[in-house]
Design a binder for this molecule. Structure first.
Ligand code: NAD
Ligand code: DAU
Length: 373
């Protein structure tokens, strides 16, 4: 197997930790450098099981710090980037758009510029044997929102249960939130580096992920924890919005495939053809969590509380991942009901992880790492 020095950014976060784990365990000959600023969303506990592996190293750094990034590329002879670091929560972007522009746009540009500078002056692999690649992880939210033109459900031929249109790789960008606007801008910069400087880039746009280690500000872990604690479940608006859910390990497998086999300059959509109205998903979550907790049926139904809608709340996301399936042979491995059960069980089995995050104890526990520069 070829030796590689791969920089994974945002590896202490939710999806990044699954990608780091997969690469560290699967590619013993690769050196995996996990570069993360450790914002509130990064948690070293997410990688406890692999932190001592010989092919793994954690680097605490801000992707916006261009000089430091440049030095890291040189020091570790980086020949591949899988870029996940970002501010990722839509509600936070509504309150604080500047931080999202800074990290998601300027941070991405800083990585691209460092990669271009170093890769144009060095022979990657030591003898030029490795073709360096920049892989940018993006989101379906850049495409905007889809109509609900089949609101009663039913499987129209070629359509989804809530509409006949999907986001394809050709769908025009139309972001609505500061988060998705910043992600869209970063995607444009990545394409610009491919088109202008001939950099080997690849982009993927994925739908909503769920699974272990997700920060409990996002719908699924937040609601599982609230059900466990008998706390209200704040449903935005009428709970009619539709999201397309994918198990995080299936996303990590797609990232592995695209990094190694994706065509240069191309975009790949990743999704599970698994659309759920929020309110139906929430009812399913309540049912599964009550079952696992040993509560009687409908025990936690009363926790549902309809609250003011999210500003600019996109109505429906649905990804067409046919290209990824046909070109690279990827498809999701888990049925949603199975994935949700596994996820609920994981959060209930890992209450210490959850309690440490909710109480902020994780920031204390890893104080040295959070403070170190
Ligand atoms: P997350 O918020 O859980 O993790 C983000 C990580 O990035 C954290 O570890 C954080 O410390 C780090 N980070 C933030 N700012 C940084 C900076 N300036 N420098 C270095 N590190 C920094 O996010 P996630 O949900 O795992 O998402 C990861 C990526 O995948 C993001 O780019 C996101 O846009 C994309 N994505 C997420 C989803 C989803 O459903 N969660 C779906 C599609 C795409
Ligand atoms: O589609 C991919 C995106 O999925 C990623 O790019 C983002 O990084 C990720 O955060 C996620 O964005 P969403 O906004 O879709 O995820 P969130 O978990 O915040 O919300 C899911 C849906 O649930 C959304 O329609 C809003 C709704 N919601 C969310 C929360 C937190 C509620 O009704 N109540 C809540 O308390």
């Amino acid at each position: 197997m070829m030796k590689r020095n791969i920089l994974i950014t945002g590896g202490a976060g939710f999806i990044g930790s699954h990608v780091v784990r997969l690469f560290v365990n699967k590619y013993a000959d690769y050196n995996i450098y996990n570069l993360d600023k450790l914002t509130y969303a990064g948690n070293p506990a997410n990688l406890k099981d692999i932190e001592k592996k010989p092919n793994y190293r954690f680097i605490k750094e801000d992707i916006c710090n261009f000089d430091a990034i440049l030095q890291i590329f040189r020091q570790y002879n980086i020949d591949g980037v899988i870029h996940l670091a970002a501010e990722s929560h839509v509600d936070r972007s509504i309150k604080d758009p500047f931080t999202f522009a800074q990290t998601n746009v300027i941070g991405t540009l800083s990585l691209l510029q460092a990669a271009k500078t170093v890769w144009s002056e060095s022979n990657c692999g030591g003898d030029g044997s490795v073709s360096p690649r920049f892989y940018h992880i993006s989101t379906d939210e850049v495409y905007g929102a889809l109509e609900m033109n089949n609101p009663k459900g039913g499987d129209e031929p070629g359509g989804g249960p809530y509409g006949d249109k999907f986001f394809t790789e050709q769908t025009k960008y139309n972001p609505h939130s500061p988060y998705s606007a910043a992600k869209a801008s970063s995607d444009h910069f990545v394409r610009a580096f491919h088109d202008t400087y001939g950099m080997d880039t690849v982009i993927s746009n994925c739908s909503n992920n769920y699974g272990p280690y997700q920060f409990p500000e996002k719908l699924i872990p937040l609601f599982i924890n609230n059900i466990r604690n008998g706390k209200p479940l704040p449903v935005y608006g009428k709970g009619e919005n539709v999201r397309d859910w994918l198990f995080v390990e299936d996303h990590a497998r797609a990232i592995d495939l695209i990094f190694h086999k994706g065509q240069t300059g191309e975009t790949y959509n990743i999704g599970g053809f698994n659309e759920w109205k929020n309110i139906d998903l929430i009812k399913q979550l309540i049912k599964t969590t009550d079952e696992v907790l040993g509560n009687p049926p409908h025990h936690s139904d009363h926790l549902i509380q309809y609250v003011t809608d999210r500003a600019g709340h996109d109505l429906r996301y649905a990804i067409d991942s046919t290209k990824l399936k046909e070109e690279l042979g990827w498809q999701p491995s888990l049925q949603f009901e199975e994935g949700i059960k596994l996820t609920v069980q994981w959060y209930l089995d890992n209450q210490e992880w959850m309690d440490n995050v909710v109480s902020g104890q994780y920031l204390e526990y890893y104080k040295d790492m959070y403070e170190k520069r």
